[in-house]
Design a protein around this ligand. Sequence first.
Ligand code: NI
Length: 172
Amino acid sequence: MRSLIFLPNPLLRERSNPVGLVNDDIRTLADDMLETMRCASGIGLAAIQVGEPVRLLVLDLLEKGVEHRDVFINPEIVWASKEHTVYEEGCLSIPNYYAEVERPKQVCVNYLDRCGRLKELQAEGLLATCLQHEIDHLDGILFIDYLSRLKRNMIIRKLRKKLRSEERCEKH
Ligand code: NI
């Protein structure tokens, strides 16, 4: 298990580094992330959300009866459809906040699997949305960046306030 980091932690705005070698350290990190994500009832998690600035993400979702549980290393979107779709998104690093975000409906992603083999995945629907959301994390982009500045600032203010009140509770 690893600790999640939350907005406004500045690490969430960092660009993550490519994984040079897919070794046991990376596989252990991926397994820890899957476990951490499951405990937090998430469907996707990027390594930066547990404070590790490497281009690695995990997904665990069930859509249309199809299970997608996988590790994506150095994922890259090589094609995106012109057609867009809207999903209500949330993020483990931005707790209790959800908003509709529009993204390409289908994407093609190249990545390395947990054995370091080059793979290609054609995704659509929720899987495509999740992949795009998590790949954004690797570049320091959050789903609230797609909302209006007004909405985004409101969320950040609320989270700062919550963080301060939690800190006060810890002191007393
Ligand atoms: Ni997220």
